[in-house]
Design a protein around this ligand. Sequence first.
Ligand code: PLP
Length: 411
Amino acid sequence: MRVIGLKCRNCGKEYKTLPINICEECFGPLEVKYDYEEIKENISKEKIQKAEPTLWRYRDFLPVEDQNKIVDLKAGFTPLHKADNLAEVLGLKELYLKNDSVNTTFSFKDRVVSVAISKAIEFGFDTVACASTGNLANSVAAHAAKAKLNCYIFIPKNLSRGKIIPTLAYDPNLIAVDSNYDDVNRLCTEISSYYDWAFVNINLRPYYSEGSKTLGFEVVEQLGWEVPERYIAPVGSGSLLTKIHKGLKELEITGLIDEVNTKVTAAQSEGCSPVTTSFRTGEAIKPVKPNTIEQSLAIGNPADGFYAVKLIKETGGTAGTANDEEIIEGIKLLAKTEGIFTETAGGVVIGTLKNLVEAGEIDKDEKTVVYITGNGLKTQDVLVNRLTEPQVISPDLEEFNKLLKKEAVIW
Ligand SMILES: *Cc1c(COP(=O)(O)O)cnc(C)c1O
């Protein structure tokens, strides 16, 4: 078996492959443990490159054993863009954008959800659920519909319509809790001990989080099996940031690439930045109450925050923030320079990158990859009154000429 079981990241205690996420000894988070020797014997670059262009081309590194149980909405293998225009504005030499905003439900969450729901079916669950800041709700509802599973989704009540409507379209049971995400998550943890449901980001979290590794695998493949010198990713719970690096290390362990020396860099919104603050002060993570226009990352008590800070330090990376104004400017800058319209989480990454470059915290010569994890169509509300409005004319050539202040050319 490729999957040996689960292992506590804190104390190392091992468990069978079960729908559990917390160590009963020390309350540390559980993680999937693989037999890398077996994976190494079965994997090759050629095999990967011949497989389908979805995240499942990396199935050898994912914790689903029964290939017939895979729920695949064809997420993953999203484009990697060389971002020369943005690089020029920021004064960087070699910049790439991993555009995960074009997945099936328009965020990177389709990766983690495809893995978690496939595993839920393998475990025999008939009901899936999640606590969501928005994008997870979209993705769980879509995959549950495709898999014909019952679905319960819990969100904070004040979530923007741009996240709620694309969830409701799939017709799940949507429960809006009158509080913030951290309370939603705590409530769901309680519910999960009363109902035999697969909460993708709670009791299935060890499997769910493995899906984020594919964002590391794909970038390496798309760079011609080269490792980036730095990557910068948005941080909510910290799972995405840390699992991308786990993916890079697994390519190293299985001999597909040489040594990984990638500096891991975290981006948070200033109004919810427990990971960046802990990195900067050297103190333990202090939970915060989010106060920001950025909703996708609004987790005040990040489950993987400790491991995110540790990884940033170990790899010689850094962490930064962008405030609300800089988030909006980040969204606009990316759209204007690279033709990619991202949501507020992408604004956080671009704004943070800009701030870190200006502060001299990022070496301008490094081959850097920026993770764009969600689509701008979902957070249009933050741009209301922030863009140049259309110029209105009647259907009349003269009026258009006046607007251009030009005479029409007579042929
Ligand atoms: C959920 C989310 C993240 C953060 O993921 P974590 O694994 O919780 O850190 C980043 N970007 C977008 C768009 C998201 O929806």
